[in-house]
Design a protein around this ligand. Structure first.
Ligand code: AMP
Ligand code: TRP
Length: 332
């Protein structure tokens, strides 16, 4: 059976990268797959979070899932901490994964920075928990942005080693689904850095809750270069900002970079930015408005998470029981 699982951290402002790299694909996949979408609060606390903000961000990510068009009746939406089996399976995976595997993870190196000795242990073992999220449901397909590819390779390594060590064919080898023309959306201030929730400059990203004025202003101020736009994607080489903006345009217009370049061949950035702003506002404006409407009624959002928790738990508990049996954890 095919099953999709993915997660988003409630750790700050959701932005255009989260939407194009992940959430938009979550919505599309529900046509074809049974999907489980998780607000990964236990991942968020690998870096300190203000408790009140964490609670509020958990509802905001849930509202974004709903506003983008995920059907909470047909699919499962819940927050990770409410299904304890995630943390339990992560423990088992800490005993399967090797130190050497985790120390190769580039996200850890980036997030820990120079003060590695000061990083939380949770940040280091973060990919084990991510593998537990996915494999607890024996998910087969995982839609993510480009930055999560290495973590999914680790998830495959864990599944493979577990199956091998216990002589079973229990866990599937997951397939990453990295879809669209904007799988790595870059900062609007610097085309060589990823658009990120934690960038101190709000001008670096377009938040899902930005209004039309803010979106237009951020796009107008986005860094560019002095050349006009090229007629084909080859002309974007060595021009990271132009490449990023064309990629965003192509993704939002649901077309290819080739077609986007054809449309704007020889245009000045000012003309192109106007079209891009209009397109962005028309897509995100609707989602932001719906998020605001949903967040005015947290009772409904919470009821979605409660219902999701019950349905996720049923699958998780059954699978964790089987996993205990395979590992030899006695239920007397
Ligand atoms: P996070 O905010 O780290 O929980 O990421 C949630 C999802 O958004 C993951 O699938 C990421 O790969 C994706 N994502 C985050 N930042 C970007 C970005 N700048 N471009 C594309 N996808 C992204
Ligand atoms: N690590 C992912 C990110 O930061 C979030 C995540 C946690 C996830 N568990 C997952 C994504 C399971 C896919 C599947 O983007």
């Amino acid at each position: 059976m095919n099953r999709v699982f993915s997660g988003v951290q409630p750790s700050g402002n959701l932005h255009l990268g989260n939407y194009l790299g992940a959430i938009r694909n979550f919505v599309r996949l529900q046509e074809e797959y049974e999907c489980i979408y998780c607000v990964v609060d236990l991942h968020a606390i690998t870096m300190w979070q203000d408790p009140a903000e964490l609670r509020s961000n958990t509802r905001t990510v849930t509202a974004a899932f709903l506003a983008a068009g995920i059907d909470p009746k047909a699919q499962i939406i819940f927050n990770q901490s409410q299904v304890p089996a995630h943390a339990e399976l992560a423990w088992i995976f800490h005993c399967v994964a090797r130190l050497g595997w985790l120390s190769r993870m580039t996200q850890f190196k980036e997030k820990a920075g120079k003060k590695r000795e000061n990083a939380s242990v949770g940040l280091y073992v973060y990919p084990d928990l991510m593998a537990a999220d996915i494999l607890l449901y024996k998910a087969t397909h995982v839609p993510v942005g480009e930055d999560q590819k290495q973590h999914l390779e680790l998830c495959r390594d864990i599944a493979q080693k577990f199956n091998h060590d216990f002589g079973v064919a229990y866990f599937p080898l997951v397939e990453p689904l990295i879809l669209g023309e904007a799988t790595r959306v870059m900062s609007l201030r610097d085309g060589t850095r990823k658009m990120s929730k934690s960038d101190p400059s709000d001008y670096s990203r377009i938040n899902l809750t930005d209004d039309a004025t803010a979106i237009a202003r951020k796009i107008r101020r986005a860094k560019t270069d002095p050349e006009p736009l090229p007629g084909s994607p080859e002309g974007l080489r060595g021009r990271p900002e132009a490449d990023n903006l064309i990629g965003i345009y192509a993704a939002l217009a649901d077309t290819s970079k080739e077609e986007a370049c054809r449309r704007f061949d020889g245009a000045q950035f000012s003309t192109f930015k106007e079209a891009l702003a209009e397109l962005t506002v028309s897509t995100l404006g609707r989602i932001g408005a719906e998020m605001r409407r949903l967040l005015a009624d947290p009772g409904y959002v919470d009821s979605v998470l409660r219902d999701g928790r019950a349905r996720a738990s049923a699958i998780a508990e059954a699978n964790l029981g089987e996993i205990h049996g395979i590992v030899g954890l006695l239920r007397p």
